[in-house]
Each structure stands twice: as structure tokens, then as C-alpha cells.
Design a binder for this molecule. Structure first.
Ligand SMILES: *Cc1c(COP(=O)(O)O)cnc(C)c1O
Length: 390
């Protein structure tokens, strides 16, 4: 054969680390704190709503291209009630196959070959691949660890913008660092986007998972941003049904039409009955969202304290499912080797943050643990990790 099978846009990406680490967990019987999915399902009434939709024959055939009207209206109401953002459910809301498809469709629709896309590094693993599929060039702007948190250097961001920059791909609350961008940071990003006429695609799948007194602010709510922002949401993390893959975008009619042009040829539509269930889930009372936050905040504390006691330096997250640690106090700066040996040494699986970086040196000594697991599982993991300190 004259040339490799896999095209050169995808060839650099190989298989995701999650496959390797989950296989390692299975082989060794280690507790898997690698991949970010809950080990218990979401609310019973939401699951029942999906069963009801299936039985009643709602969504069993192709749903409408932009999503079922009940869900589009619920998404529009959610954005309005929480953030004061008014979107027309018919022209400004698009239901997608999880946030993953929303990210892919947005980049495929909005990026021309040769365009530069700025993404916060470390970045979620699908960003780099989707930018490459769209023919774009990724320009990472690295969040730097400083005084116990990861922070965005706004000067670095400004310096990254060139005449070829098409869009800024944001993620807040941020996976894997747990950073939640502040109003001041978002305002500076918004001013830059307006000044340089850039689009913003913002992945806000962890919008409900913010802790203590942290607030999530959608950048679309800032001056000049509504018409240049595609906001991405998902039911997976908010309702603990990551297998359902119901996500969405909210954006101006022109942006929504563009994203839909790509989306229609990816999956066309998906998840009919689940869309009805998510429409109900979005209308759950505040107590559900508060309860989820309180439960995860307690789990964050349990795992963070255990990791600190085991000798890790811990970056206490303000949001998301993840806690990032520095392994240098444990005598190594090689996150890959550390994660490959951790199942043998301590019976736990984690993810080396270097997989989320172009700059391998910047990511090298950091390791990510997921805390969206049952309390007894986290307690056992903390117990096992304690072996590292002995
Ligand atoms: C989990 C995750 C996604 C994927 O969301 P789906 O709705 O499951 O496709 C996207 N972005 C980030 C940052 C995530 O952590």
C-alpha cells in the first residue's frame, strides 16, 4: 500500500488514553478514577420520563432536525431563567448528539482550512481532533498553575490572536483543571473578541457543577457577545446520564443555521425519546441542582484531602468532576509512567494531564482524578492511595 490508511489530519491522534487506562483498570482490578462518568445513574423520574416517551411512541422515529420542540423550549427557558439570555427555540436552539457533536459541528461549520483556533490548554481531547478535521490550526493558550489554582494569562491570550484567528474555543468550568473563568477574565476575553472580530465557541457542559461561592457566567451574556458566541450545553454531566448523549447549542439564527449545516450530515438526529426526558429534567426544581452540587462538593473534599494526605499537591477545583494534582512531591515528574504504575502501586487509575497538552513539559508532572463516584468507592481509593505516603 502506497500510503497510510488514516488520513494525515487524524493520524497524530492515535487511540485515546481513556481506552488504555480503562483496560488497565479492568486488568488489575484497580479503582477507575480515570474517565469522568458517574457510577450511579441520575434521577429516577428522569429515567422514567425516558421510559414513558419510549412507550408512548414519542421520539421512536426520526425527531425533527433541530430537536423536539419540547426540549428546544426547555433549553431556551433554562438559558433565560438562569442567565437572562433570551433565545428563540425555533431559530436559536439546536439539539445535538451530546456536546461532542456540538463541538464537532461548530468547528466544521465555522472554521476554514488555514484558520487559527485558540483553545485553552490543557484542553478536552476532542478539541484538537475536531480543529484538525476542520483543517484549522490550533493555537494553545496555557492555563498556568499559580497559588493552588490554574489561571489564564490574558496577555498571553491577547498575544495569541493574529490576522488568521477565526475563533476562541473556551471551556468553563474547565476540564481537567477545575478552573471557572471569572467575570473579569470573561470580560477581557469578550473585549478581545469584539475588538478583533472573533467568534467564540464555549463548552459549558459543567455549568451546574460549581462549588462553594463560585458562579458560572456564560460569555454570551456579556456585551457584544450574544451575536458572536455559540454556547454548548449537555445533559450528560448535569443529570448523570452520560450515555444518553443529548447536548445542544444556543446561538444567533445565523450561527445556529451554520452549525446545523454541519450537524445534519454528521448524525442528522439522535436520541428521540431521551430528548423528551431531558426536556423534563431541565425543569427539575432548584433542590435537584443544589443537591447535585452539594454531593459533588463533598466528594471533591473527600478525594482532595485524601490525595493531599498521600503526598500529592492538590489543585482544589472550583468546578467540574475532576481534581488535578502535581506528583512532584512524590518524587517524579513523569505523569505517564506514574499513571501506568499506579494500579500496581496503589490500586487506582488516573489520567496523565500531558495528554491534554501540546506542551508536554507544561503537562508532564500533573495527574487528573475523577470524583464523580460513590462515596464508598472514593473512600476505598483514598485508603489505597495512602500507601504512597507510607
Ligand atoms: C464530557 C465532556 C464533553 C462531552 O459531552 P457529551 O455531552 O457527553 O458529548 C464535552 N466537553 C467537556 C469539557 C467534557 O468534559
Amino acid at each position: 500500500m502506497k500510503r497510510p490508511l488514516l488520513n494525515r489530519r487524524l493520524a497524530p491522534f492515535g487511540t485515546t488514553i481513556f481506552a488504555e487506562m480503562s483496560a488497565l483498570a479492568t486488568r488489575t482490578g484497580a479503582i477507575n478514577l480515570g474517565q469522568g462518568f458517574p457510577d450511579t445513574d441520575g434521577p429516577e423520574e428522569v429515567r422514567e420520563a425516558a421510559v414513558r416517551a419510549l412507550r408512548d411512541g414519542r421520539g421512536n422515529q426520526y425527531p425533527p432536525g433541530p430537536g423536539v420542540p419540547e426540549l428546544r423550549t426547555a433549553i431556551a427557558d433554562h438559558q433565560h431563567e438562569r442567565y437572562g439570555l433570551a433565545y428563540d427555540p425555533d431559530t436559536e436552539v439546536l439539539v445535538t448528539t451530546g456536546a461532542t457533536e456540538a463541538i464537532a459541528a461548530s468547528l466544521l461549520a465555522l472554521v476554514e482550512p488555514g484558520d487559527e483556533v485558540i483553545a485553552l490548554e490543557p484542553y478536552y481531547d476532542s478539541y484538537a481532533a475536531c480543529i484538525a478535521l476542520a483543517g484549522g490550526t490550533r493555537v494553545p493558550v496555557t492555563l498556568r498553575p499559580r497559588e493552588g489554582a490554574y489561571v489564564l494569562d490574558l496577555d498571553e491570550l491577547r498575544a495569541a490572536v493574529t490576522d488568521r484567528t477565526r475563533l476562541i474555543l473556551l471551556n468553563t468550568p474547565h476540564n481537567p483543571t477545575g478552573t471557572v473563568l471569572t467575570r473579569a477574565e470573561l470580560t477581557a476575553i469578550a473585549e478581545l473578541a469584539v475588538e478583533r472580530d472573533l467568534l467564540v465557541v464555549t463548552d459549558e457542559v459543567y455549568e451546574h457543577l460549581v462549588y462553594d461561592d463560585t458562579v458560572h457566567i456564560p460569555i454570551a451574556s456579556l456585551p457584544g457577545m450574544r451575536e458572536r458566541t455559540v454556547t454548548i450545553g449537555s445533559a450528560g454531566k448535569t443529570f448523570s446520564f452520560t450515555g444518553w448523549k443529548v447536548g445542544w447549542t444556543t446561538a444567533s439564527p445565523a450561527l445556529t443555521t451554520a452549525v446545523r449545516s454541519a450537524k445534519q450530515f454528521l448524525t442528522y438526529v439522535s436520541g428521540g425519546p431521551f430528548q423528551y426526558a431531558v426536556a423534563e429534567a431541565l425543569r427539575l426544581p432548584a433542590a435537584y441542582f443544589d443537591g447535585l452540587r452539594a454531593d459533588l462538593a463533598a466528594k471533591r473534599d473527600l478525594l482532595s484531602e485524601g490525595l493531599a494526605a498521600a503526598g500529592f499537591e492538590v489543585y482544589r477545583p472550583a468546578g467540574t468532576y475532576f481534581v488535578t494534582t502535581d506528583i512532584r512531591p512524590l518524587g517524579t515528574d513523569d505523569g505517564f509512567a506514574f499513571c501506568r504504575s499506579l494500579p500496581e502501586r496503589a490500586g487506582v487509575v488516573a489520567i496523565p494531564n500531558a495528554v491534554f497538552y501540546d506542551d508536554q513539559e507544561a503537562g508532564g508532572p500533573f495527574v487528573r482524578f475523577a470524583f464523580c463516584k460513590r462515596k464508598d468507592v472514593l473512600q476505598e481509593a483514598v485508603e489505597r492511595l495512602g500507601r504512597l505516603a507510607r
